[in-house]
Ligand binder design. Structure first.
Ligand SMILES: [Zn+2]
Length: 96
């Protein structure tokens, strides 16, 4: 019984390692369950990280009038104030 529980926990732990990778949690769990956790570890390690998780874009926003400028603009087009650079993570691309 202890063997079965530890086997399941090990399979689950390996499945958690798959998060953020281009292999699904369920896939890794089933691989670990039926083909032993050793095969599960190999599958996770051989799978590349999700290439879309680092997608982000930059904008510059004006503190004086709240207008948004482009990446390459350093001064506000409306009031001429210095724009603040800010980074945004594009959450839409994370699902792809
Ligand atoms: Zn402005």
């Amino acid at each position: 019984m202890i063997y079965i529980i530890s086997y399941l926990l090990l399979s689950l732990a390996i499945s958690i390692m798959s998060l953020g990778k281009r292999i699904s949690f369920v896939e890794v769990f089933f691989i670990s369950m039926f083909l032993t956790p050793i095969v599960g570890i190999i599958a996770v390690l051989k799978t590349k990280s999700n290439i879309l998780k680092r997608h982000y874009y930059m904008t510059r926003t004006c503190e004086s009038c709240d207008s948004v400028g482009f990446e390459n603009e350093k001064v506000c087009p409306k009031c001429g104030d210095v724009l603040e650079l800010s980074y945004h993570v594009d959450s839409k691309l994370n699902l792809a």
